[in-house]
Design a protein. Structure first.
Length: 270
């Protein structure tokens, strides 16, 4: 699944083409993706100007004059800005045609993505109750320490809870815990404030670097210009179960935590 850096890479890629442009028409080639596409997308969005292209967690938000189109890439979705008239491919489910002759095309082979609507002044239920952004000032070691008290859940599961902090998915949770030297199995409530400060710093550094590098290349993800991300080559633990730790040489261990594959170094992480 595209994670926060991939979504932010996509946002930065499409923003220059969409900002201050008007939606001329919304073309839906199917009525639903993961959920039904609301009627406002075809009835209200056309004619409106895009005033901002934002990201909240892994959701892309196209802010228009009376409401917002909310996009989620799901497991395999991608967005392209294309000239009008480019032939439609299989799984090209949505076009948002712009007033300059270009269009934003949403391709989603598995249809786990979403296109939703949020009226001005309202907060969509999927965006309600989310924790702070990991690159914001609100996210800190103190924040993690405070919310972790009394929690018996593994610290990796805790870190991936979207009510704690948004957008830290499986890849970046594993890499951040490795950098901070924290065993992902450790109970969240047993991690000290000092170690949470190290973890918060690791999350910020790794996500910021992954964004600069274009996100992690997964099988289904390409950046908006068609180029793959480059961070995958630099992963230290994720997807490397059984291989030698690049720091100490010990064989990396793995197990399932919260139904997600988890890899860690038994020497470097305590």
């Amino acid at each position: 699944m595209p994670e926060l850096p991939e979504v932010e890479t996509t946002r930065r890629g499409i923003e220059p083409h969409l900002l201050r442009r008007r939606i001329a028409r919304a073309v839906l080639r199917r009525p639903d993706l993961r959920w039904p596409i609301p009627p406002e997308i075809t009835q209200e969005l056309p004619g409106q100007r895009i005033e901002a292209v934002e990201r909240r967690a892994k959701y892309l938000i196209l802010r228009a004059e009376t409401g917002d189109a909310i996009l989620h890439l799901g497991m395999s979705g991608s967005l392209r800005v294309l000239p009008a008239g480019v032939p439609v491919r299989t799984h090209d489910h949505v076009d948002l045609e712009l007033d300059d002759g270009q269009l934003l095309r949403f391709n989603d082979p598995r249809r786990f993505g979403a296109l939703l609507w949020q009226a001005r002044g309202q907060v969509h239920p999927l965006l309600a109750g989310l924790g702070p952004e990991p690159l914001s000032a609100e996210f800190s070691g103190e924040h993690l320490f405070r919310l972790s008290r009394g929690r018996a859940a593994p610290v990796k599961t805790f870190l991936m809870d979207q009510a704690i902090v948004v957008g830290v998915g499986n890849i970046y949770a594993a890499e951040s815990l490795f950098r901070a030297g924290i065993d992902p199995r450790r109970a969240a409530g047993k991690v000290s404030v000092v170690r949470y400060h190290a973890l918060a710093e690791a999350v910020r550094e790794i996500l910021a670097y992954a964004i600069v590098r274009g996100g992690t290349t997964l099988r289904d993800f390409l950046a908006p210009d068609g180029a793959p991300g480059y961070f995958e080559q630099e992963l230290l633990v994720y997807g490397r179960e059984g291989e030698a730790c690049k720091v100490c040489g010990a064989p990396l261990k793995h197990m399932a935590l919260g139904q997600r594959a988890t890899v860690w170094c038994p020497r470097c992480q305590r």
